[in-house]
Design a protein around this ligand. Structure first.
Ligand code: WTA
Length: 650
């Protein structure tokens, strides 16, 4: 049953994809919170352990350590376990490149490759606990290297292939990686992205890197430095065929993944091994109802947490067949994704609201010739999905047959926290709501003082109990870990999201409550953008406001004051935009740049972004009593007007 209470869509209720209400979810959820340790121990027994845990949970707030004393290996869970069964001949990965090439890897092929890659890492001197940086597009070598790291107990840091040299260097320096893995290039919309050259720039700033492994993808000739750079193919010649998986402490880090927060420096979110695997293994079954015959495609990039958990660790731990596509969604045409769904008979399709809205723009006509009959379940992640996009997805892709799971989670949570759970039992769906917390997740909506709010009231989302997928720490910065998540509501995890719970108990996620934007589903902090902007020689000060964008969710609006010797021009605006791309990457490209004489600030010198945001939206700036200099508001208005003129004259 579909219930659109709370949605602002005027569409009539669709009749298909009925999910019947049941008490089963409520019973499991209640049981899980009454005795979480017992509940999670039962879940953990679904995985293979070298040694079972001594204690399910050590909770020394704000640090939770799960399955303490237990030993487990993530690569073993995702690969070895399956090759001991009939799944050895099952497809693990259907890979397709933008230029049309395909590769199909069975679990036994994956096993062979993972062993050889692990041997390469060992021969390069990588040992348990060492950090390895991976900067690759969506080639099969990416998950293989991740699993190879996990096999020998090395900690991987995947850096999204859209990041610039500076962004790579920041991350590599933070983890002091000695080995970096990249490719000669990547294809994106028919063009070649020169990954190796970007890496060469990055390592000039990262002296810790001793060895670079280069995967051949484009076959282009790239500069190779003797003694430092090695082609993967030549290293494979000497690789051993078998490397024993390391029985890792459950609490040992599995990976570090950087994400934006409210300061200029990205946070290295550290995830553990046992708890992370247990949480993802269970959540994946509950949310996607994964079955042996499922063909599962998550369109995210492995460079984000969605790719780590929902492409690599959770699906492979179930022995699922996954699709991996290395290319742009609209290349060579906007039908590329639908060709892939048809070709591989995808049954579970998981994407972002931004992607859905992009396809909405292109209309329904093109979809009519595609066969979507293999689809059974659809998913959405990364941003709030507006009911209009939800209905469009439901109708045009799911053909009113497929339920949609709107999954809310974060890099820090490791796996899905709120979502419908068809793998437990169906519930009525409400378009735009992420439904209920998963078993073991104790979510609440509270006011600024931490009091739980009544149904219908908007507040902040918190999690009141630790859960096994919870981050271990912020790498090298425990204070930031405490400050970001645990200081606001002591004893509870603060998500940074606004939320509302309706009278039926459904959660509605209403966007970030902090200075973090979601641009096309990618998380990016205003402080990070501002730091990058002021590193341009002409910029004195910068402030970022976001503006809703019909497709991307948030768009970036940058206000800058210039240094005395710089003169405003539309060329300079372009140059500043380009500078942000160079420092961070294309996702940081501002949609608007405005020059102002001063920025609105409080008397204590804090930039009032809310004022800028209101002005960018053409709204009243609201309460200005704490503003230091009222002229700054007029300045900002003038900057916006000038910009309109610029646009008109362009
Ligand atoms: C947002 C992505 C509404 C939210 C897995 C969160 C969502 C941030 C949803 C984390 C959803 C993610 N509905 N908002 N279904 N999923 N978000 O770390 O603001 O890239 O805090 O993790 O994305 O982004 P991250």
């Amino acid at each position: 049953m579909i219930d659109d209470r709370g949605s602002d869509s005027a569409s009539s209720l669709p009749t298909g994809a009925r999910m019947w209400p049941s008490k089963r979810y409520a019973e499991i959820h209640q049981r899980s919170l009454q005795d979480p340790e017992r509940f999670w121990a039962e879940e953990a027994r679904k995985l293979d352990w070298y040694k079972t845990w001594d204690r399910v949970l050590d909770w020394d707030p704000p640090y939770a350590r799960w399955f303490v004393g237990g030993r487990i290996n993530a690569c073993y869970q995702c690969v070895d376990r399956h090759v001991q069964t009939w799944r050895k001949s099952k497809v693990a990965i259907y890979w397709e490149g933008e230029t049309g090439e395909t590769r199909v890897l069975s679990y036994s092929t994956l096993f062979r490759e993972v062993n050889r890659f692990a041997s390469i890492l060992q021969k390069l001197g990588i040992k348990k606990g060492d950090r390895v940086a991976i900067y690759l597009s969506m080639v099969p070598e990416l998950p293989i290297f991740m699993l190879a790291c996990a096999r020998i107990g090395a900690v991987h840091t995947v850096i999204f292939s859209g990041f610039s040299a500076h962004a790579i260097a920041d991350r590599v320096n933070d983890i002091q990686a000695r080995v970096l893995i990249t490719a000669d290039g990547a294809y994106r919309r028919g063009k070649i992205l020169a990954l190796k050259e970007i890496v060469d720039e990055a390592v000039k700033l990262s002296p810790s890197v001793e060895k670079i492994v280069v995967v051949r993808r484009t076959g282009e000739k790239v500069p190779m430095k003797e003694g430092r750079d090695f082609y993967l193919s030549s290293l494979l010649d000497d690789a051993d065929r078998m490397v024993k998986p390391e029985p890792m402490e459950s609490t040992h880090p599995l990976y570090i993944l950087y994400t934006s927060g409210t300061t200029g420096k990205p946070k290295g979110v550290v995830h553990g091994t046992g708890g992370y695997l247990v949480f993802n293994h269970s959540a994946y079954k509950w949310v996607f109802d994964i079955r042996e015959e499922s063909v599962y495609w998550c369109t995210a990039d492995v460079g984000w947490v969605t790719g780590h958990s929902s492409i690599v660790y959770a699906p492979l731990s179930h022995g699922a067949a996954i699709v991996l596509y290395d290319g742009a969604p609209d290349y060579p045409t906007v039908e590329r994704w639908w060709d892939i769904v048809e070709k591989y008979g995808v049954s579970i399709f998981y994407t972002s609201p931004t992607a859905i809205r992009m396809f909405m723009r292109h209309g329904e006509e093109r979809l009519l010739k595609h066969d979507f009959s293999s689809l059974e379940l659809l998913g959405s992640v990364g941003e709030p999905i507006n009911p209009e996009a939800w209905y469009w997805y439901y109708k045009n892709i799911g053909k009113e047959r497929c339920p949609i799971v709107d999954t809310w989670w974060q890099t820090e949570t490791g796996g899905t926290m709120l979502s419908p759970t068809p793998g437990i039992e169906s519930i009525p769906l409400k378009p735009g709501s992420a439904a209920f917390p998963l078993p073991g997740v104790d979510a609440a909506v509270v006011d600024a003082e931490g009091n739980e709010l009544l149904p219908g009231q908007t507040g902040l989302l918190i999690i009141r109990k630790p859960w096994p997928g919870m981050l271990l720490d912020i790498y090298g910065d425990p204070q930031r870990y405490k400050d970001s998540y645990w200081s606001r509501f002591p004893g509870s995890y603060y998500t940074g999201d606004f939320a509302m719970r309706d009278e039926d108990g459904y959660f509605w996620l209403l966007g970030r409550a902090d200075e973090v934007l979601k641009v096309a589903g990618h998380r990016i902090g205003t402080a990070e953008l501002e730091d990058a902007a002021v590193s341009h020689p002409a910029v004195a000060e910068a402030a970022v406001a976001s503006k809703p964008d019909e497709v991307k969710g948030d768009s970036i609006v940058l206000f800058v004051t210039l240094k005395d010797d710089a003169s405003p021009s539309s060329d300079l605006k372009q140059e500043i935009g380009k500078h942000l791309r160079n420092v961070i990457g294309p996702i940081a490209t501002p949609d608007e740049v405005h020059f102002v004489d001063s920025l609105p600030k409080t008397r204590s010198g804090k930039i009032m972004r809310r004022v800028l945001k209101a002005l960018a939206l053409g709204q009243s700036p609201g309460d200005l009593t704490t503003l230091e200099d009222e002229a700054s508001v007029e300045d900002a208005k003038k900057g916006l007007r000038n910009n309109e003129e610029d646009v008109r004259h362009r």
